[in-house]
Design a protein around this ligand. Structure first.
Ligand code: NAP
Ligand code: ZN
Length: 355
């Protein structure tokens, strides 16, 4: 039998309950496991979609749910076979904690597409039964294959969001060849969007931000945008028609995707990373007219996540965060729904000790 210990966490008991203090069990590290004391955990909009069961059709939520997949912390214990980490090291965990390691996707470093991939929360827990619990908790135990190294120069509160917002925007830019000289659009200046701006700028692209929030204009420029378009202004949108090589759409709610597809040039690509629950309507003529493509992307593989973290270490890139105690998490969710976050909430998990 696996030995366990009690760990404090925050959980939602139903789609409408909000999050509150809750104790969970974590396994004692097995030979391949790393135990991490969680220092910071970012708040991703996916946490909110899951807590409220907004993705019930595709990925129903099992309650209680402990969300959180942007985890940085310190290693407190390692199993006998662990070679990558030792006690006291900084470590990070993203959206996945396991995969089969044998399928073609795993062999290609695309663990996120493994049919047996285990998400950090709300996936079957093969060790303890029930479902996995995420980073809104005091500690986590993860197979060393899914634990990442954090460059020592990075601010930890700002590094946590790299584990989801970072890799989710870095990976498609890599895949679609964003480089110097390309015109790149970023739709939605939230947690993912602001990381996309930083990466596209660091890669040398000409970056245009599309926002529904006129108040974010100054910030967008400071973050690395060359131009900012308020997307509700049709004239401003028209000026960019047919001109983009690549657009990353990171919007969390229902919106008109054709308005952005029409901004692509010949062979331009729009990649969707935002995951609104409602299906999007795509016009055939938007796509066929210029051999445009419309695709999606989900997080990134483990090796690519490490590459992204190392890139951030080299370029000193972290998320712009508002650090909050765990007790403010429900308020933070309300603000996320109003696009009122600059630009990621990062929970200081030390606040859990005062529960
Ligand atoms: P977020 O911080 O809440 O940012 C979303 C942004 O979308 C907002 O800041 C806002 O930007 C814009 N927006 C919100 N409502 C809108 C509306 N009705 N119309 C137009 N624009 C709107 O969320 P996030 O954490 O970055 O996540 C964004 C989406 O990506 C979520 O759906 C999330 O689940 C998904 N996600 C996907 C992956 C993946 O692997 N594909 C990974 C992580 C997250 P402006 O104020 O600038 O308009
Ligand atoms: Zn996320």
């Amino acid at each position: 039998m696996t030995t366990t210990k009690k760990v404090p966490a925050y959980a939602a008991q139903s789609a409408t309950s909000g999050l509150a203090s809750f104790n969970i069990m974590r396994r004692e590290p097995g030979p391949q496991d790393v135990e991490i004391e969680i220092l910071f955990c970012g708040i991703c909009h996916s946490d909110l979609h899951s807590v409220r069961n907004e993705w019930s059709e595709f990925m129903a939520t099992n309650y209680p749910i402990v969300p959180g997949h942007e985890i940085v912390g310190r290693v407190t214990k390692v199993g006998s076979a662990v070679t990558k980490f030792k006690q006291g090291d900084l470590a990070a965990v993203g959206c996945m904690v396991d995969s089969d390691g044998t399928c073609p996707q795993c062999k290609a470093g695309l663990e996120q597409f493994c049919p047996n991939m285990i998400l950090t929360f709300n996936s079957p827990d093969k060790h303890l039964g029930g479902f996995t619990y995420g980073g809104y908790s005091g500690s986590i135990v993860v197979d060393q294959r899914f634990v990442l190294r954090v460059p020592s120069n990075l601010n930890l509160a700002g590094a946590a969001p790299l584990l989801c917002a970072g890799i989710t925007t870095y990976s498609p830019m890599h895949h679609w060849g964003v480089t110097k000289g390309k015109k790149v659009g970023v739709v939605g200046l939230g947690g993912l969007g602001h990381m996309a701006v930083k990466f596209a700028h660091a890669l040398g692209a000409h970056v245009v931000v599309f926002t529904t929030s006129p108040g974010k204009k100054e910030d967008a420029l400071r973050l690395g945008a060359d131009e900012v378009v308020v997307s509700r202004n049709a004239d401003e949108m028209k000026k960019h028609a047919g001109s983009f090589d690549f657009i990353l759409d990171a919007v969390s709610a229902d919106h008109d995707i054709n308005a952005y597809i029409n901004l692509l040039g010949i062979d331009g690509n729009l990649t969707l990373v935002g995951a609104p629950a409602k299906p999007l309507c795509v016009s055939a003529f938007s796509l066929i007219a210029r051999r445009r493509s419309f695709s999606g992307s989900m997080i990134g593989g483990i090796a690519e996540t490490q590459e992204m973290l190392d890139f951030c270490g080299k370029h000193n890139i972290t998320a712009d965060v508002e650090v909050i105690p765990i007790q403010k998490v429900n308020e933070a969710y309300q603000r996320l729904l109003k696009s009122d976050v600059k630009y990621r909430f990062s929970i200081d998990m030390a606040s859990l000790k005062s529960e």
